[in-house]
Design a protein around this ligand. Structure first.
Ligand code: B12
Ligand code: SF4
Length: 446
């Protein structure tokens, strides 16, 4: 998908599984060269690209090795290759200049609508029209024109610089893009520098990890796993720990505010500042690999870090859980199923020795339901009984309403609101069909 963020066009997989790549107008043409066949040879594509009529006008001196390097970067960002376009072909109508918009008055300053994410399909680039909610195939030159507006540009200036891409009346093209809501009137500039996700006040003052200092308590790291979604599971775990028994755990633990950071920034920033501590990982299909890499890195750096893994991709069943922990030497504790109560009970048994070591008492941990943990004393794993489902998950204060995500600072595009927990069905492909999260339904208000 191609988006514009802070005036820069970026392309990324929607899963967030690959690095985001900053792109320019000519990259749109290069991407389009892959439409017919993802598996064409690099050299053929590079030749096709340098001979493309628009590139001949735009970048007449472009060399093929530069194009080949760019294609490599596309591969690393998973924009090409693999299974980009599996599934049903989309039914998109080609967008052409529409006379119905001829009388539209264009605002002087236009910007790309934040909803105008441009997707890539086998048929070409497409985006969903705001007026009829239907996907429209966008000609390559139209995509370049749209992206040129980014956060806002004077349309006359854009037209001057991009006119050479069109054989048709560019102003009509603009009016059509405006009419369909892909381009919008530029909003007044915001003069504050606050990130967008803090615009709605929760009434709590957001204090990030940069503003607090190591104070001798055991730091607790919440490892973020996807920039564009607030990590609800981790937020709920944070809230449960913070509010447990009127804040009793805060005497011993310093909960590091949840902030989106890349793995290396997490290690160079908070970890360097606060030192060894307890690491909480929320494992889903999309975060497991990177979480295990971080877990491995912190354990290798200092085995005195304690790692706790939870979430639906932390295997639950006994054999699977032990196989997972055998293969993943960096996982100290696996939490199965709902985490709110389990984590607070685990934390009850974590302490710091006078020598500064983080210690757990295996004997006591064995009394906490819903775990498998590495038990060096027993030279193996200890699995504790299955935890009873919570009867009122809504009793844990909402991380949204208590401001726990106010320090997140990611480019958040979606938040998850949990309205109920559990499902009466048993679909085999679904984590909720596993039986543990069966028919119990609870209703939440944010
Ligand atoms: C919202 C949602 C999405 C959203 C947002 C995802 C996101 N990035 O956050 C969207 C629509 C984008 C999405 C997409 C996908 N999703 Co989805 N999604 C969900 C859904 C409905 C809710 C997740 C949620 O936040 N629940 C609320 C929180 C509070 O519950 P929780 O995450 O389970 O956390 C609890 C426990 O697991 C545990 N816990 C969690 N983390 C931790 C950490 C620690 C340390 C501890 C102790 C405990 C703990 O405690 C929490 C509180 O009890 C779940 C199904 C479900 N109802 O849970 C599927 C689910 C997570 N999705 C699933 C899948 C497969 C996908 C996709 C891969 C589908 C696909 N093939 O494209 C994509 C992945 C795209 C991506 N990279 O995000 C699977 C994941 C299976 C797995 N093993 O990871 C689930 C479980 C549904 C299923 N079919 O089984 N998804
Ligand atoms: S088991 Fe999963 S996929 Fe099946 S109905 Fe329930 S939530 Fe949906």
């Amino acid at each position: 998908m191609i988006l514009s963020r802070d005036g820069q066009s970026i392309a990324s997989r929607i899963s967030g599984a690959a690095p985001v790549l900053a792109i320019q107008g000519p990259d749109v043409i290069l991407l389009s060269c892959f439409f017919e066949d993802q598996n064409q040879e690099y050299l053929d594509i590079a030749t096709k690209f340098v001979n493309h009529p628009l590139i001949k006008k735009w970048l007449p001196h472009l060399q093929r090795p530069d194009v080949e390097r760019r294609i490599q970067q596309f591969r690393q960002a998973q924009l090409i290759g693999g299974s980009q376009h599996t599934g049903k072909p989309i039914k998109a109508i080609k967008l052409v200049s529409e006379q119905v918009f001829a009388t539209v008055d264009l605002p002087v300053q236009l910007s790309l609508s934040s909803n105008a994410g441009i997707s890539i399909s086998e048929q070409g680039f497409f985006a969903i029209s705001k007026i009829d909610k239907k996907p429209r195939l966008l000609p390559v030159s139209w995509v370049i024109l749209m992206l040129a507006f980014g956060d806002g540009q004077n349309y006359d200036e854009v037209l001057k610089s991009k006119d050479f891409l069109f054989d048709e009346d560019v102003k009509m093209v603009l009016k059509t893009l405006f009419g369909h809501g892909f381009l919008i009137k530029q909003k007044a500039k915001r003069y504050n520098t606050e990130p967008e996700n803090t615009c709605i006040s929760t009434g709590h003052s957001a204090v990030g990890w940069q503003e607090i200092h190591a104070d001798g308590r055991i730091p607790v790291y919440f490892v973020p796993h996807m920039e564009n979604h607030l990590p609800l599971g981790l937020g709920i775990i944070f809230s449960a720990l913070k509010n447990y028994n009127q804040g009793a755990l805060l005497k011993r633990f310093q909960l590091i505010p949840i902030t989106y950071l890349s793995p290396s920034d997490l290690l160079k920033g908070p970890y360097r500042k606060f030192g060894n501590g307890v690491w909480l990982f929320s494992n889903y299909m999309w975060s497991l690999d990177v979480n295990l890499q971080i877990s491995d890195a912190v354990k290798r750096h200092d085995n005195n870090n304690l790692t706790i893994h939870g979430g639906p991709s932390t295997p639950q069943y006994q054999g699977a859980s032990e196989a997972f922990m055998t293969a993943q030497a960096s996982v100290d504790i696996s939490v199965h199923g709902e985490g709110e109560v389990t984590i607070t009970e685990v934390f009850e048994h974590i302490s710091k020795t006078p020598m500064g070591q983080i210690a757990i008492q295996p004997g006591q941990l064995a009394g906490v339901a819903g775990l498998t943990f590495r038990d060096n004393m027993a030279s193996g794993f200890t699995r504790t009984p299955t935890r009873q489902r919570m009867t009122a998950p809504g009793d844990v204060p909402s991380p949204y309403l208590t401001g726990l995500f106010d320090t997140y600072n990611g480019r958040v595009e979606a938040v998850i609101i949990e309205s109920n927990r559990g499902c009466p069905f048993g679909c085999t492909f679904c984590d909720w069909g596993s039986g543990y999260l069966d028919c119990r339904c609870q209703f939440w208000f944010i």
